[in-house]
Design a protein around this ligand. Structure first.
Ligand SMILES: [Zn+2]
Ligand SMILES: [Zn+2]
Length: 825
């Protein structure tokens, strides 16, 4: 055996051997227990970085552990290949996006392979490959047939820098998620997926997701934003035209003192046309141009608006109230009109105060009398209805939920209804590097889907990437001009491509049969592997990717293509690796790549070090100072096995020796197996590693105390267990040590070590507790209990704490493993 831990040659040797042996290939074995372990696939934008290592470590340890528990594991890897950076790079440097993506995949893959991840590389896929996106298009057509994909004119979030439309989910605080440019609103004809048709099910089925973090479910619930309330019909005073509004507070209808329309509402044009207010409206809209919806509706944004000169009639009391337009009312939300109740809604309150509009209290809090002139803010809590005609004195909650909705329905002025915050998913992107939408427009036949047999609609390769003007697809005449599949006449293709979140909404299903070429996936393979048992990924995907994937799965379920309706049974959201508290990112230039550590320390050290930084869910501060410690630890393991090998005679039967050292050794081994096993089961990989480190220290101590006792069954078992337990964390060094110790290839195919409950139990002793020297209690405790724990156990006993009542403790004397004497006054 080599004296020195030569990680370079070890890692290279085993990478090759594992590859040749096909160690991580996975196959369906009906009847055998399976687990599908998946970490969200990466967008290939360059070499691997520390964030990748932190994420992919987690799936790898879990997959390796489960395999060794005899489970049939699927653990694939692929690439989310489409996206803007590739196209922006093409504009900057002239490299074709396909080439840019291909090169970056190669770089990233090399990094992941050097880290030794146990992927079934035969299942590798890339969403930008025609044999994948052909099926994305096929699925789009199924959505289209079901009326779940449609085109509509809409105001959309537009990033002037990326020069494309963005989904609401891609706008962060009014800025583009990718480039942080201020997003503006632009009216365009766009393709949508009708996710709102699934709002109720997406909400209700969260009950099935007990394996998901509560935080993610809450975020999805808020995003869907279901609210129950009433639609109430107001009318234009002058014309009697209907203006329905949605409200969750019908109990405040008598407190309406003005009415608000979205500035973009067609009715606002109608009401002001040819009046002195027409110019105000125009100027107001100009002010709002370039302000995103998110910014407009933020609570802290200053309220802004103009009077239209018209009045609305409140159905419940016949009152005429002025109609204004306001920045915080959006035309796409609800009906684009709202009743304003300034006394009981904070935004309306701020608006009323700013423009001197009346405030009328219609809900009085218990035991208080609100004065509208003195109110510092709106009163939004329940109370008693007042100034509300025959409903005065009604409890406002009763009024809100039953009395007023019944009354409105009885009078024919409104009805109960449910409203959602969720909008349909805008999937059109005016960019090149995405999946072409398989639709043509024929002058005679209108919108026509491409027949399945003609898929894929390939991206043209011969295009120019320039910053100005329309997208490359729109400029490519070869691509655009085509024939109508219905009449054979000339037609033009849709030139929008799909949001890349469409690609990632079904990739986890494709892994079950990635080479299937007659349909998107093989039903049998999908039935065996899916749903994903453990999904792992960042919390930043809580809404977009995870919600879209749930939606896709439900649609595929309804189409009869899959037999499950939730894609991910369990979800783990890992924290980020941060630097000085900030996220590592390319734009900040603080990306750390593993490359620099491969040569200095090796992949095993890097894996171990990053896993040891903290629990998976927590954000972890990056510091290189600990990596030496991880390296030293692996060297200690190396030397320990080396030393052991020199005295080894491989006695494999237990030796009946009544030796304290051997008992201690057995306890150490079995207690460590128990601890590491239960830690891995709950993803506490950092404490599992700590336990293995302590185990190693214990073995050093034992071998120093009595070197010959090591050459026993117990000694052999201890060393074997050390290698077997450490293997999922540091796969290369353990494979080498296993081979040196005469183990059969591969350590990663060995059964997970079992522990014996009896042996794992610490020795118990009787702890004597005295008060002022008198024995008051005897308690059984672990022999290796610490001084601090002894004190706690003693004081925690019912009998002792009763005796200590009203006494002052002067001091506590502890005799380790034997006695606690509490001196009191
Ligand atoms: Zn942008
Ligand atoms: Zn036609």
């Amino acid at each position: 055996m080599e004296e020195k831990y030569d990680f370079k040659s070890i890692e290279e040797k085993w990478r090759r051997r594992w590859d040749e042996a096909g160690l991580y290939a996975s196959h369906e074995e009906p009847g055998r227990e399976k687990k599908y372990i998946l970490v969200m696939f990466p967008y290939p934008s360059g070499p691997a970085h520390i964030g990748h290592v932190a994420n992919y470590n987690l799936g790898d340890v879990l997959a390796r552990y489960l395999r060794r528990r005899g489970v049939n594991v699927l653990h694939p890897m692929g690439w989310d290949g489409f996206g803007l950076p590739a196209e922006n790079a093409a504009i900057r440097s002239g490299v074709h996006p396909a080439e840019y993506t291909h090169d970056n995949i190669a770089l990233l893959k090399e990094g992941l392979q050097r880290l030794g991840y146990a992927y079934d590389w035969d299942r590798e896929l890339a969403t930008n490959a025609p044999d994948y996106y052909r099926w994305t298009q096929w699925l789009f057509l199924r959505f289209y047939e079901k009326g779940l994909a449609y085109k509509a004119e809409a105001r959309a979030n537009w990033c002037p820098s990326c020069r494309t439309v963005l989904a609401n989910e891609q706008v962060i605080n009014g800025h583009c998620e990718r480039c942080e440019t201020l997003v503006i609103q632009k009216a365009l004809s766009q393709w949508f997926f009708r996710i709102t048709a699934y709002a109720e099910r997406l909400l209700a089925d969260m009950d099935k997701l007990s394996g998901w973090p509560e935080g993610v479910l809450t975020m999805q619930r808020n995003w869907i934003g279901r609210s129950e309330g009433c639609e109430v019909v107001f009318r234009v005073g002058e014309t009697g035209e209907e203006m329905p509004i949605f409200t969750t507070r019908p109990d405040t209808l008598w407190g309406v003192t003005f009415f608000l329309l979205a500035p973009e509402h067609p009715l606002a044009d109608e009401l002001t046309r040819g009046t002195p207010y027409e110019k105000d409206l125009e100027a107001f809209r100009e002010r709002l141009r370039g302000v995103s919806d998110i910014e407009r509706t933020a609570m802290e944004t200053e309220k802004d608006g103009i009077f239209t000169g018209a009045y609305a009639v409140n159905p419940v009391n016949g009152e005429k109230v002025p109609i204004w337009t306001a920045n915080f009312v959006l035309v796409e939300y609800g009906t684009g009109a709202v009743m304003a109740v300034p006394a009981h809604d904070q935004r309306d309150f701020e608006f009323a105060r700013k423009y001197g509009l009346p405030i009328r209290v219609v809900i009085q809090p218990p035991g208080e009398e609100l004065d509208p002139d003195m109110m510092p803010e709106a009163y939004i809590d329940p109370g008693t209805m007042v100034n509300s005609a025959q409903f005065d004195g009604t409890d406002s909650d009763m009024g809100k939920l039953e009395v007023i909705p019944d009354y409105l329905e009885g009078q024919g002025w409104g009805k109960r209804t449910v409203n959602y915050r969720l909008r349909d998913w805008l999937i059109s992107r005016q960019r090149y590097w995405g999946v072409p939408i398989p639709i043509v427009y024929c002058e005679k036949c209108g919108t026509q889907p491409i027949p399945d047999a003609d898929l894929p609609v390939l991206l043209p390769e011969d295009v120019q990437f320039i910053f100005e003007g329309p997208s490359p697809l729109e400029r490519s005449q070869d691509f655009r001009d085509t024939v109508c599949p219905a009449c054979g006449g000339s037609a033009v293709r849709e030139t929008d491509t799909m949001d890349t979140f469409v690609d990632s909404s079904w990739y986890y299903i494709r892994y079950a049969s990635p080479r299937e070429d007659s349909r998107p996936f093989d039903a049998e393979a999908v039935r065996y592997w899916l749903p994903v048992d453990q999904y792992i990924g960042g919390i930043e995907h809580a809404i977009m990717h995870l919600l879209y994937s749930r939606f896709f799965t439900k649609v595929l379920h309804d189409l009869g293509l899959v037999d499950f309706d939730e894609p991910f049974t369990n979800l783990l959201c890992q924290g980020m690796v941060v630097m000085g508290g900030a996220k590592m990112s390319k734009s900040k230039g603080n990306i750390i790549t593993p490359d620099q550590f491969f040569d200095l320390y090796g992949a095993d050290t890097l894996r171990l070090f990053i896993l040891f930084l903290g629990p998976p869910e927590a954000d972890k501060e990056w510091s290189e100072s600990g990596i030496d410690g991880a390296y030293r630890f692996l060297n200690r393991v190396w030397r320990l096995v080396d030393r052991y090998l020199s005295i080894l005679t491989f006695k494999t039967q237990p030796v009946p020796q009544d030796s304290e050292v051997l008992r201690r050794l057995s306890y150490l081994t079995h207690a460590t197996i128990r601890k590491v096993t239960s830690d891995i089961e709950r993803f506490a990989f950092n404490t599992a590693i700590a336990a293995i480190m302590e185990f190693t220290n214990g073995l050093y101590k034992a071998i120093e105390e009595a070197p010959d006792t090591f050459n026993t069954y117990e000694g052999h078992e201890a060393i074997r267990s050390l290698i077997l337990l450490l293997a999922p964390f540091a796969p290369f060094i353990c494979e080498e040590l296993w081979e040196e110790a005469g183990g059969e290839f591969s350590v990663h195919a060995q059964p997970w070590p079992e522990y014996d409950d009896e042996l794992a139990r610490a020795e118990r002793v009787t702890l004597v507790v005295q008060i002022n020297g008198k024995v008051r209690e005897r308690i059984e405790v672990d022999a290796d209990i610490s001084r601090e724990e002894m004190e706690n156990v003693a004081r925690g006993s019912d009998r002792i704490s009763a005796l200590l009542q009203g006494k002052e403790i002067v001091k506590i004397i502890v005799v380790p493993g034997k006695l606690v004497n509490i001196v009191v006054r």
